[in-house]
Ligand binder design. Sequence first.
Ligand code: ADP
Ligand code: MG
Length: 676
Amino acid sequence: MQVSIEISSLKGVGPKLNEKLNKCGIFTILDLLLYFPRNYEFIRANIAFEEIDGEEKQILSCRVKGFDNDIRTRTGKYISGIKFEYDGHIVEGKWFNQRFIKNSYKIGQNYDLVGKFKKIGNRLEIINPIIGCAQAKSSEIIPRYSLKDDLSDKILIKLINQVMADVIINDNLPKELIEKYNLIGLDEAIRSIHFPKGKVELENAVVRLKFQELFTYSMKLLLLKNKVRSNDGIRFKLVDELTDLKLSLPFNLTNAQTKVVREILNDQRSPYPMNRLVQGDVGSGKTIVALIAMFNVIKNGYQASLMVPTEILANQHYLEAKKLFEPFNIAIELLTGSTTAKEKKRIKERISSEEVIIVIGTHALIQEDVQFSNLGLVITDEQHRFGVEQRSKLINKGRRPDVIVMSATPIPRTLALYIYSDLDVSIIDELPPGRKKIDTKFFVDRDRNKAYDLALEEVGLGRQVYIVCPLIEENEKMDLNSVEKLYDELKDGIFRDTSIEILHGKMKPKEKAEIITAFKEDKTKVLISTTVIEVGVNVPNASIMIIENAERFGLAQLHQLRGRVGRGEYASYCVLLGNARSNTTKKRMEIMTESTDGFYISEQDLKLRGSGEVFGLRQSGDAGLLLADIYEDTEILKCARGEARILLGSKEPMHMKTCSDIEKSIERWSRYICFN
Ligand code: ADP
Ligand code: MG
């Protein structure tokens, strides 16, 4: 079976199911196999009667003793009953409205019933149990997928099982590596990640797949570096108008900004292409640095482009650039997903003709049909949100353009070495003057009214309020509900006399833009939002942020979110709401209330996270990684990166030919599954 074939050609996948699978991003057999469980349910099997509790699911091998007569309830439902025996005790199975259930069971036979067994005296009762397959094992690990619509784990498990029976997964990592690190085979790993036989098997699978991802990731980064370095770049001049631009700025650059601008301009002058990471805490003023860099490139007669992860951010940068460059006669366009087709066509034509132009946009920039005629500088903002491929794609749109990546996620120095050793690093380690420290507090949930009171006080002073709800991964619909629920609660409750609005990722871009504009113009006082406001929203009048379920966020993210306030001249607050049941949570909240230094916070966070829990898989798709997390899997990353270096190093000096050979191999490694 070829893994590239469409899922709709599988037996049992009709148009309806196909559509549901598509919604989860599953289009091909390969997508299906790489749709890893989000979590696992550990179900114990055949335990002693004393150990059974009604809280957790169990799987018990029960023998059928006899059938009860159906009972009809007053509401017209049928209850069918079957009596079983387990461990010398009677088990009463009950099914609602499944009158044919008895046909599936035979007297005297054993069945593995799965469900919550309730103890009633000496007996057990179970409602609507399903038949599992304990096969006398001591426990079973059931995969749980993160699914949309009414797609069920059961259907997915069935499909994956069906595919696995037919597919052969060839290994694709160099044999020496597999031996050196004692990794299991790829075939086994993919099988085990879906259907682990036990915890050890699961752990082995996770390690193997993470290694694979991080190895590929490292290879790609190193190769990107090589590609950028090993070629001649554009030698830009420093234009005289830079002085005029600096004079026209509404503020003086901080020393840190000046230093970084100098580093960038030096790179621009050099004959080698620039490949630079600009790191700076939230609010440190990275945008202006990027704009100055673009300015010089434009004035040299080249095109420049800036890619950002969200439309909100793209809009904002666009407006800022327009304002700044107004006196300088510079063409600027904005290209995002919601640009109309007609506009897109016009902009693309402009870009592909010889025009000297700045293009600011989202992923729309890396679509195949966007062609630059002479791209001289590529900047990606909020770099952690893009994968290496996406960065690569944009770079490939020019002939050896300069590259700047900007990141507000401070990376612990120890880690930066592994993740960013392909880049030169500039750090903006200073905030613009006059910034007020954000006073951060932690309140337990039941004290939430204190937080709202504080918010009302701020509103009374003319300020504005953000309330952030977590994005709950398990169920995106739930996420909406939680924002909406809170909104319903607050708008008729404590904020009934205050204008309050709601913002989340499921809204149409236009709707979002309207809500944000209203907030910017101070027409809305309170904005309840998901993390869509994490990057880019800049409202200096907002002076307080309340973060619900703060314990669910990573510290780096909390820090990033918190950076939305304290942007103006006012004293600002951040209130973290949550429970502090675990010590780690307490510690984490303490770190947040203690420090506003992003680097310090991320170092502490890393320490607290320790070596990482293997069983809580996450699929964030960060940097194109399915399983691995560059923060948590540092050990694996170190090894993988070391190996990637050795492999690439042995090919030095690297010529284009070997380069493309290696690129092909990487293709092969990065595809989890090859089919010959
Ligand atoms: P970030 O580094 O988080 O991207 P921004 O570039 O969005 O930060 O800058 C945050 C705010 O600080 C913006 O309103 C910007 O105009 C302002 N700003 C940037 N540099 C300075 C400076 N040197 N002095 C005063 N304000 C500045
Ligand atoms: Mg920014």
